[in-house]
Design a binder for this molecule. Structure first.
Ligand SMILES: Cc1cc2nc3c(=O)[nH]c(=O)nc-3n(C[C@H](O)[C@H](O)[C@H](O)COP(=O)(O)OP(=O)(O)OC[C@H]3O[C@@H](n4cnc5c(N)ncnc54)[C@H](O)[C@@H]3O)c2cc1C
Ligand code: FES
Ligand code: FES
Length: 1416
């Protein structure tokens, strides 16, 4: 036994109360006096276990997932849970065994089968999310070697991936339910037939040195944490952690703290009185009362301390108190201890239902709880967070509290003198985050949950969120009804319903409940109850969270659903049951996603090109060995930097007071614009034109601009100092936030580029054309405007950099940037260091998507200023909310249009559009983004007369920037919107209209004059029609819709064409450096592109291998660095493999030709590559070559709006079938087929990964991802502030949003002569195809509207959020809320008056304010 283990054993036997003991990957750890605020992830990463990633620090992304195990001493079993290491307090893991991704397998020894399969199925691109996903799956399999499909999908509900689109991960995971271990699964997925064949065996864990340890340490079975208390107090700040092992001690501690606080208050009052005495010498007040917080899962407390700057002096962990951790069954129900985790409650209820039978009436309450828990947070959160924590948080949108109220639960409360009392849950929630528990004197002991008591008692939960999985509710509800039969009529004996999201706290619909009592269960009763429900749940127009009409409609929808459910359940005769439309009751149907990937497997060129090689870093990523910026070890003397940011959208900064921050021990330096001046650098920066200050000099023009940087010895201290800096402002006007504001103030920037084509000889201007042909009977005019929202990049690794100063002013800048040369130049200008002394490097970055093209250079420059001033290494890692709040997003667009279409031949005749983008406070890349929108507007359609103008709006928002597609999706989306509008006006199928207007033989020039490969386009169109089985499926959709009133399906097909090249021609160049080493013939390639998950390095290595004729493993790609390949363009515009593939090809061909010449001059046939290289070296052949490539023949004249800006186009088509719930706005993608033209693919696996990932990102863009800024439409957010910061509020697609069937086909026989190895670029083009889901949704809404007799045209802005879906479905329920405000206000006032509501009550209802969600 090692000394360390012996020490641990002694410690465990006789532990001091200020230490905690736990195991990490089999190794014993004892930590004395950990800081009570320290998280587990901080600790793990500080010990070198950097495989666990910090993606968000708020429990919302899953990158930090680890397995936490403990020994259940009562039941003598090991309990394994996946938990978020970012939320778990370090102090809470005493007596636990932690397994991180490094512990389960590694590249030096053996990969764990979960790691291997995820790698083999290409489930990892940038790899930042991968360790978390691996650990979620690992924990699932550790607990359940034979999971079902549902269990697999469910176990991943807390993990986000922004790159892969999830399908490959699900395919990898599915192999665990397949008998053919490790192979793709073609079986039915039935897990039963392989029960005898264990696929997941107990194994060992590995420490960082690769040494094996048993999975669960024996020592922990001996150590019962209940045997002692833990008391930790931090010396510096006095913050305390207390884990009492009995209820008595907990209450005693509360009593002590209360007494202490009372004394402090009395003292302070006395001091205040004394100070008031004339001539008194003022004595200081004593410290404020001690704030203590009980803490279980920390999922709420962490948000309070990190995001709301709340400080608690003491944390009490009640997880070793038996009474609080027990579930006690009785005849009537269960009593659940407040510290019971939701995971444990789930397991208990499942077991109970399994025992009693799910059809037994007594289980209905339990089933409704389980159904709500299914979509409550995520598995790791439920595994950690407690029932009591959720109740006591009293969030207005808690998912469970409405259910506790409706089910008639009671809270058991204990006071410090051990007196208990019970409070019915409908009297528990008093006001905003205030409950019927005295926080100083009482604790929540437990909750009693009654079983459903009779066969006529029914209960259901409801919840609607932006995203189905791991999202807080917009509105939720719990409902329970007891029915009776009187004279063969079903009567309502009692009815209980409570709602979340409709008031400052969980609220019961009391008037409605009263009204419903003793009423018959009929449609009339339902209709009569509606006004009462409206009255019970008022919401003022300014209520935080917005979506007022939607939220109010949802309450009626849920009520309707429950009513239908009751009717369905109580009709005994099955024939009559059919009278209830079950489409109102059943949830959207999803099965485990499946899909096919299809490509030409014979098209292999050379040794590697054309093969589906897996990502070169796949094994490093699945084991957590892949290094990202913040994994670079701490440098000696390193400091951490943290930004001080502007908090006003337009203001003069009149004073910055850092005096308090400077007093904090660990504060090192504060830098601002004066430091740039001191260095002799330039504070004016910008991506193209230098139009912004790096550090605000006197005026800020947006929230989130950098005023200064604090450097401190730790990130925690740096953050603390930033909070203590006081900034004074003098507010300025105007504040221009939205596109509408900018139009009103004529606030534009950039050049107003436009493209015009005019085919009509009989008119001379567009105005003339529209005047003449609008009245022409052959033409139909459509006009309007269309808004498309922006998108947050949500790369899993945020912006980060590390700047290391060297001798003679040298700077090494390691940065998570897509643009190393840009960063190098910016650092040079700002720090006044010549470029040749600055080296910028990146090994890999955890996703970029355009978000790291320009904004990151500012952050690196700011850190470099500090590094130069301090002559110390500076690390800057942006917190997720800071990153999202300051670094800009995809530009929101608004398009105003008018268009004419010929009625007879259905050909578009003319379109005139003005596109407006919201660019924020500086130009950044906004002009280029707008240019691509203009050039992409035509999409795949010929428009003879067209005029496209782009206006870039200057607003007081952070500067919006590049995002995958770079304006292309915005332009094409405008066109598709117009097509849809025209098809509505002509009453023709939009698919037919699209086909009729595709570029063709006689019309294949774009408006700016570039040729379109119309034949390929037509091939793609024809193939998607066949592959999607369009005809047959359309018929079955129609049948489905005719028999389902409240669910509608639809299918939509859209083509895309994406121009490949930077639109600024000079950027289309790339360099490479290739060395061959004589000792073993290995090849080292350096090139100018950054690997960010897109597989660039893998493709480039394949090119090198094929050109040189060596196996792929001989080639290694070095990190990207400006001292190897200079003057690089950003890795962007999809052209990475085109440029660097060609540059590497060029270098390799030089080497190849030197080697060929050498061979023939020697007239020797060397037996092997290694021999050839060694001989060449000895005969002094140069084995190093520099390669270069520039894309030829690109030009564009914006004055004329003509040119050939693109090397070629990548084309694709997609078809998606979706289903919507018309009552809630929820939707589901049933099937997507994509046919994509990637030329002759260099690597089909990587290309398919790009297609699936981009498509999924497109689905997010066009559906659930909604940016919310404080502007006229969101008055509940501070002006210019970004609300949707972080995964809690901003939702990207999750595992549950993958198309249920997802088929990707690469077009065969489609070589492209214009790119490396006849391939095509693929990174961005498929993203737009996500709009097939948007238009599918729109058609489904149209079907729903028709059912309600609403036939007029409607505009659906993007994204198609559940709110927009529900509200445009406009039925009898929504109609009550959709009249225009303030007219609507009046209407509701009138309606309420009809209901005899007092003026005072009415006023209260209209002004009810509440916090929209628990955390913000
Ligand atoms: C990523 C994420 C997703 C989420 N999703 C959802 C969701 O979908 N639906 C939803 O409803 N909620 C959601 N939440 C909120 C979450 O469920 C609650 O924060 C959680 O239930 C709180 O439990 P906890 O044990 O973590 O509480 P903690 O953070 O440990 O404590 C919360 C509060 O409860 C108090 N407390 C705990 N036990 C007692 C006791 N016995 N007596 C008195 N006070 C006590 C604590 O002092 C503290 O004030 C989410 C949170 C996160 C971070
Ligand atoms: S970092 Fe922990 S969930 Fe995102
Ligand atoms: S691979 Fe999942 S976020 Fe990049």
């Amino acid at each position: 036994m090692s000394t360390r283990q012996e020490h641990q054993k002694t410690m465990i036997k006789n532990p001091p109360s200020n230490t905690i003991h736990f195991y990490v990957n089999g190794e014993a750890h004892t930590v004395a006096n950990p800081h009570p605020d320290a998280s587990l992830i901080e600790y793990l990463r500080s010990t070198g276990l950097t495989g666990t990633k910090l993606g968000c620090n708020e429990g919302g992304c899953g990158a930090c997932t680890i397995m936490l195990s403990h020994y259940d001493h009562d039941n003598k079993k090991i309990v394994n849970r996946s938990v978020n290491a970012c939320l778990a307090p370090l102090c809470s893991v005493d007596a636990c065994a932690i397994i991180t991704v490094e512990g389960i397998g590694n590249t030096k020894g053996m990969l764990h089968m979960v790691q291997e399969r995820v790698a083999n199925f290409n489930g990892s691109q940038c790899g930042f999310c991968t360790p978390g996903i691996i650990m979620s799956l690992y924990t699932l399999l550790r607990n359940n070697p034979y999971p079902t499909e549902h269990e697999i999908e469910h176990s991943l509900d807390g993990n986000l991936c922004r790159c892969t689109g999830y399908r490959p991960i699900l395919s990898a995971a599915k192999t665990f339910i397949c008998p053919s271990s490790g192979k793709p699964c073609n079986c039915s997925g039935d897990s039963k037939h392989n029960k005898d064949e264990p696929q997941f065996e107990d194994g060992d864990v590995f420490d960082l040195r690769g040494k094996k340890h048993p999975l669960f340490p024996a020592a922990l079975k001996q150590y019962d944490p209940r045997s002692r208390d833990v008391i930790i107090e931090n010396e510096q700040d006095g913050i305390k952690w207390y884990r009492p092992n009995s209820l008595e001690k907990l209450l005693e501690y509360k009593r002590e703290v209360l007494e202490q606080n009372m004394n402090t208050i009395l003292d302070n009052e006395r001091v205040q009185e004394n100070n008031k005495q004339p001539g008194a010498i003022r004595s200081p007040l004593r410290a404020l009362p001690v704030q203590i917080r009980m803490i279980v899962g920390n999922s709420e407390v962490a948000i309070e301390t990190r995001q709301k700057a709340q400080v608690y002096q003491s944390y009490v962990q009640p997880t070793t108190i038996p009474e609080l951790c027990a579930i006690k069954p009785s005849q009537e129900g269960i009593e659940v201890g407040a510290s019971v985790t939701l995971g444990k409650l789930t397991d208990y209820l499942q077991e109970e239902i399994r025992k009693v039978g799910k059809d037994h009436y007594s289980m209905r309450a339990y089933i409704s709880i389980l159904d709500q828990l299914r979509y409550f947070a995520s598995t790791p959160i439920r595994n950690a967070c407690s029932l009591g924590g959720n109740i006591m948080t009293a969030s207005p949108i808690s998912d469970l509290n409405p259910l506790w109220v409706a089910l008639g639960c009671t809270a058991n409360i204990l006071d410090i003198d051990n007196n208990s009392r019970t409070v019915p849950m409908d009297q528990f929630f008093l006001s905003y985050r205030t409950v019927a528990v005295d926080p100083h004197r009482e604790i929540l002991h437990s909750l009693f949950i009654p079983k459903t008591q009779s066969a006529m008692e029914f209960a259901r939960p409801y919840k609607q969120a932006r995203r189905r999985e791991d999202d807080i509710a917009i509105v939720n509800a719990g409902m329970k009804a007891v029915l009776t039969t009187v004279d063969s009529q079903t009567m309502i004996e009692s009815f209980h319903m409570a709602f979340g999201g409709m008031a400052v706290c969980t609220i019961s619909a009391k008037r409605t409940q009263d009204f419903l009592r003793n009423k018959p269960l009929t449609d009339d009763t339902f209709q009569q109850a509606i006004p009462f429900l409206i009255q019970d749940l008022p919401l003022s127009q300014e209520a935080p969270g917005g979506m007022i009409e939607y939220r109010r409609s949802l309450t009626l929808s849920f009520f309707f659903k429950f009513f239908q459910y009751l009717k369905f359940e109580t009709i005994i005769d099955p024939h009559h049951q059919k009278q209830v439309d079950t489409s109102a009751i059943t949830p959207l149907h999803r099965t485990y996603p499946t899909g096919t990937q299809d490509w030409d497997k014979t098209n292999i060129r050379g040794t590697s090109v054309g093969k589906d090689e897996k990502h070169m870093s796949a094994h490093l990523q699945v084991t957590g060995e892949a290094k990202y910026l913040d994994d670079v070890p701490k440098q000696s003397n390193e400091v951490h930097a943290c930004f001080v940011l502007s908090q006003k959208p337009h203001a003069k900064v009149t004073n910055v007071d850092i005096s308090v921050a400077k007093t904090i021990p660990g504060f090192v330096y504060y830098a601002d614009h004066t430091d740039v001046e001191a260095l002799g650098g330039s504070n004016r920066v910008g991506a193209i034109i230098h139009d912004e200050d790096l550090f605000v000099t006197d005026k800020c023009t947006s929230v989130g601009q950098i005023i200064g940087v604090v450097c401190a010895t730790s990130l925690r201290i740096a953050r603390q100092c930033v909070k203590l800096i006081r900034i004074e402002y003098e507010e300025l006007s105007p504040v221009i936030l939205s596109i509408k504001d900018a139009i009103e103030h004529s606030s534009y920037q950039g050049d107003n580029h436009h493209v015009t084509r005019f085919a009509q000889p009989d008119v001379t201007t567009m105005d003339e054309l529209f005047t003449k042909y609008t009245n022409d009977p052959d033409h139909v005019l459509v006009e309007g405007d269309f808004f498309m929202g922006g998108q947050e990049h949500f790369y899993l690794e945020g912006h980060a950099c590390l700047v290391i100063p060297g001798e003679q002013d040298e700077l090494t800048v390691i940065s998570s940037t897509q643009a190393l040369t840009h960063t190098q130049c910016c650092v040079s200008e700002v720090t006044n260091v010549p470029t040749h002394k600055i080296v910028c490097k990146a090994k890999r970055i955890g996703g970029g998507f355009g978000g790291k093209e320009t904004r990151g250079m500012l952050y690196a420059a700011a850190a470099s200023v500090c590094a130069r001033r301090l002559n110390q290494p500076v690390r800057l890692v942006l917190d997720r909310d800071v990153d999202m709040g300051m670094s800009g997003q995809r530009h929101p667009f608004m398009t105003k249009y008018r268009s004419l279409i010929n009625k007879k031949d259905k050909k578009i005749f003319a379109i005139q559009v003005t596109m407006y983008s919201n660019a924020g406070f500086s130009l950044d890349l906004s002009q280029s983004v707008m240019d691509r929108s203009i050039l992409s507007f035509d999409n795949c359609y010929h428009v003879p007369n067209v005029d496209v103008i782009g206006k870039v709006c200057l607003t007081n928002l952070p500067s919006h920037t590049a995002f995958r597609g770079f304006g292309g999706p915005q332009g094409m989306m405008a066109m598709e919107h117009i097509i849809e509008h025209m098809s509505f006006a002509l009453d023709v199928d939009p698919i037919a209209l699209r086909r009729a207007n595709l570029y063709d033989e006689s019309n294949h020039f774009t408006p700016y004059g570039q040729i379109v490969d119309y034949e390929r386009l037509h091939r793609l169109w024809d193939q998607i029609m066949i592959k999607s089985d369009h005809q047959n499926r359309m018929e079955s959709i129609q049948q489905y819709n005719s028999s389902n009133r409240f669910k509608k399906k639809a299918m939509c097909m859209v083509p895309t064409k994406f121009g490949i090249s930077f639109t600024a021609s000079f950027l289309n160049q790339g360099g490479a450096l290739v060395h061959i080493y004589h000792s073993d013939g290995t090849v080292l390639v350096s090139h100018g592109g950054v690997e960010m998950g897109q597989g660039l390095h893998t493709k480039v290595a394949q090119v090198a291998a094929s050109v040189l004729g060596v196996p792929l493993h001989k080639v290694f790609i070095a990190e990207t660095s400006t001292d190897k390949v200079p003057n690089t363009s950003a890795t962007a515009a999809s052209v990475g493999s085109d440029l660097y593939g060609m540059a590497v090809q060029n270098a390799c061909e030089q080497l190849k030709s030197r080697l060929d010449r050498f061979q023939s001059s020697r007239n020797v046939n060397y037996a092997s590559w290694e021999e050839l290289i060694d001989a060449a070296y000895h005969y002094t052949v140069n084995l190093s070559a520099q390669g270069f490539y520039k894309t030829p023949d690109l030009h564009l004249n914006w004055d004329k709006g003509r040119g050939t800006p693109f090397s070629y186009y990548t084309y694709g088509t997609a078809c998606s079938e979706i289903e919507i719930d018309t009552l809630t706005g929820d939707f589901n993608i049933l099937r997507t087929d994509i046919v994509m033209d990637v030329g002759d693919s260099i690597n089909p696996a990587i290309d398919i990964g790009q297609i699936e990932g981009a498509f999924t990102q497109g689905v997010g863009l066009f559906t659930i991802e909604e940016l919310i800024w404080g502007d006229a439409d969101h008055k509940w957010v501070r002006p210019g502030h970004y609300f949707t910061r972080g995964p809690g509020a901003y939702k990207i697609p999750s595992f549950n949003d993958v198309p249920v069937e997802f088929n990707v086909h690469l077009l065969k026989n489609a070589p492209n002569a214009l790119a490396v190895y006849r391939s095509k670029a693929i990174g961005e083009p498929p993203l737009f195809l996500g709009c097939t889901v948007f238009y599918g949704i729109k058609h489904a809404i149209q079907a729903a509207r028709r059912d309600h007799g609403v036939n007029e045209y409607f505009c659906l802005d993007s994204p198609a959020t559940p709110e927009r879906i529900r509200m445009t479905c406009c039925d009898d329920l929504t109609k009550r809320f959709t009249a225009n405000w303030p007219m609507k206000n009046q209407l509701i006032d009138d309606r309420l008056r009809d209901l005899d509501v007092s003026d005072q009550e009415l006023d209260n209802m209209k002004h009810v304010q509440y916090r929209a969600n628990g955390s913000y």
